[in-house]
Design a protein around this ligand. Structure first.
Ligand SMILES: Cc1cc2nc3c(=O)[nH]c(=O)nc-3n(C[C@H](O)[C@H](O)[C@H](O)COP(=O)(O)O)c2cc1C
Length: 205
């Protein structure tokens, strides 16, 4: 007997690239690989490259209302159920440009959403501090970080012709993209649970 598979719950994944090196950025390359895997898992995707966003520096919430770059940033992030944050490791943390972008947004864009975290580093110790610090910030905006995360050390030698050299690392990056889709989908499965989840986050702020 033929069985019909249930239609997949649509999810949209937005990545935010915290490097200002545009298409030279290893962070961006890694995010693109994760997003390709997310599309293979049935998601639609978007990549916000902060190098092209021309965002102002965050000052106060009142200043942000009519800035077209901020309005567009918020709209693109609001459209997502899963958010992939990528950053180079800078002085043992994530980049200031990513922090500024996150500071320009808040609970309206992030609360109750699923986050994947990815960091790249010039050094052999990897981007573990970037990932740990991002995890704390995601908690601060009321998001849920996946346990799986990606740190790409010695990043200059990790890519060749735009592709990850190490197959195991490429598999891990693709896994993160798929996990983000899977959990964003699970999270949408029972919408009535969402209110309770958001209540729990609010209670815990
Ligand atoms: C200001 C600055 C600070 C950096 N600090 C670190 C660091 O603490 N640890 C490290 O491994 N690499 C560090 N790096 C190297 C970057 O992580 C590396 O160049 C990375 O490839 C940049 O990412 P991108 O290609 O996406 O721009 C630093 C680079 C800059 C510009």
């Amino acid at each position: 007997m033929a069985t019909e598979s249930a239609p997949l719950i649509p999810v949209h994944i937005t990545a935010i690239c915290g490097s200002m090196r545009g298409d030279q950025s290893y962070t961006r390359l890694a995010l693109e690989a994760a997003l390709a895997a997310a599309r293979s898992a049935g998601a639609t995707t978007d990549l916000i490259d902060l190098a092209t966003c021309n965002l102002p520096l965050c000052s106060s919430p009142e200043d942000r209302d009519d800035n077209p770059q901020i309005i567009e940033l918020k709209a693109r992030v609001s459209a997502a159920q899963g958010i992939l944050l990528g950053s180079p490791e800078y002085h043992n943390s994530f980049s200031g440009v990513l922090k500024n972008a996150l500071d320009l947004m808040g609970g309206d864009e992030f609360r109750g959403k699923i986050f994947g975290l990815l960091g790249v580093a010039g050094g052999s110790a990897g981007a573990v501090n970037t990932l740990g610090h991002l995890r704390v910030v995601v908690r601060g905006v009321g998001g849920w970080s996946l346990p799986a995360q990606i740190s790409i050390p010695t990043v200059k030698s990790a890519f060749h012709n735009g592709k990850l050299v190490d197959k195991a690392m490429e598999d891990r990056v693709r896994f993160l993209g798929r996990e983000l889709v899977r959990f964003a989908r699970l999270h949408r499965l029972v919408p009535e649970l969402e209110d309770r989840l958001v209540e729990i986050i609010d209670e815990d702020v």
